[in-house]
Design a protein around this ligand. Structure first.
Ligand SMILES: Nc1ncnc2c1ncn2[C@@H]1O[C@H](COP(=O)(O)OP(=O)(O)OP(=O)(O)O)[C@@H](O)[C@H]1O
Length: 274
């Protein structure tokens, strides 16, 4: 950190500005019947940062991502977003607040082209209803053109122009993951959630995906929260890392801080816990 106060944010070593707190999880506890998936976890996500949540199998990472995205409502605790507690919301309402996500098991429309899939990311931005479209064609067309421009820009940025007319079903796995990222980016989100973006990828695909995540953050200033199994990849990407184990937070800090945290080392080596 430098001379800016942590309230306002700070500059990273590579000169990126990390702003104030965008989202704050306050004492979140989530249970499924008798199973406590998350126990009293607090952390924040700052504007412009790449924030990772890592942990071994069953640590509670997916549950946490689902709390952030509004899919699960925690029994205890509060989610603060843009400086105010977020009321209980349906996931689509959370999406309307500018939170977009990708899924661990790709959730694209397989029969549709890449372009059409990316365009679905613009649905929330289409203000002209069907009735108005029929009455006022010009306005609907102008909106369509604007949405199309955003989609094409994202497609260019993620270097998938050559497959824009290809049905998703025909694409290899790594490219499908990139199309999912494109669709989420087309939302122009304030917060982008990535659910194990590297899962199932080969080394080359992982390198490509890492580069795109960094470029998205750098170019658009998008705040990114990701969950990942693979500690190595995450350490290279992230500004700060939350480490979960058995539903509890056992570490939180820069990659270096977390890497040297004894609880984290033990969890990854499989040392038994009380
Ligand atoms: N829908 C559910 N119903 C019941 N228990 C669940 C449910 N989802 C998760 N759990 C339990 O909550 C705990 C945390 O699971 P979660 O999937 O969040 O962990 P994870 O860190 O994402 O694991 P992985 O890396 O294997 O995906 C586990 O004990 C899991 O069995």
């Amino acid at each position: 950190m430098n001379e800016m106060s942590s309230e306002e944010g700070y500059f990273t070593a590579d000169g990126r500005k990390i702003g104030g707190v965008l989202m704050e999880m306050k004492n979140i506890t989530l249970r499924f019947g008798g199973v406590k998936a998350i126990t009293d976890i607090s952390f924040d996500i700052r504007e412009g940062e790449i924030r990772a949540i890592i942990g071994p199998n069953g640590a509670g990472k997916s549950s946490m991502l689902n709390v952030i995205s509004g899919f699960y409502i925690p029994q205890e605790g509060e989610v603060w977003y843009k400086g105010a507690p977020r009321p209980q919301m349906k996931p689509y309402e959370v999406a309307q607040q500018g939170i977009a996500r990708t899924f661990q098991n790709i959730a694209l429309f397989e029969g549709m082209t890449v372009l059409d899939n990316v365009m679905t990311g613009r649905l929330n931005h289409m203000k002209t209803g069907l009735f108005a479209q029929a009455l006022w064609k010009g306005k609907a067309e102008a909106e369509e053109v604007a949405n199309r421009e955003v989609a094409e820009k994202v497609i260019d940025f993620l270097e998938i122009q050559h497959i824009r007319k290809t049905p998703v079903a025909r694409l290899p796995y790594g490219l499908k993951k990139r199309v999912e990222l494109a669709r989420a980016l087309a939302v122009q989100p304030s917060l982008l959630l990535l659910d194990e973006p590297m899962a199932g990828m080969n080394v080359e695909e992982k390198e490509d995906m890492s580069r795109f995540i960094l470029d998205v953050n750098d170019e658009f200033g998008t705040t990114i929260a990701l969950i990942e199994h693979d500690m190595g990849v995450v350490m290279d990407l992230s500004d700060r890392v939350v480490v979960m184990d058995y539903g509890k937070k056992i570490g939180d800090g820069t990659p270096d801080e977390v890497r040297n945290n004894q609880d984290v080392i033990d969890a990854y080596l499989g040392v038994a816990h009380d």
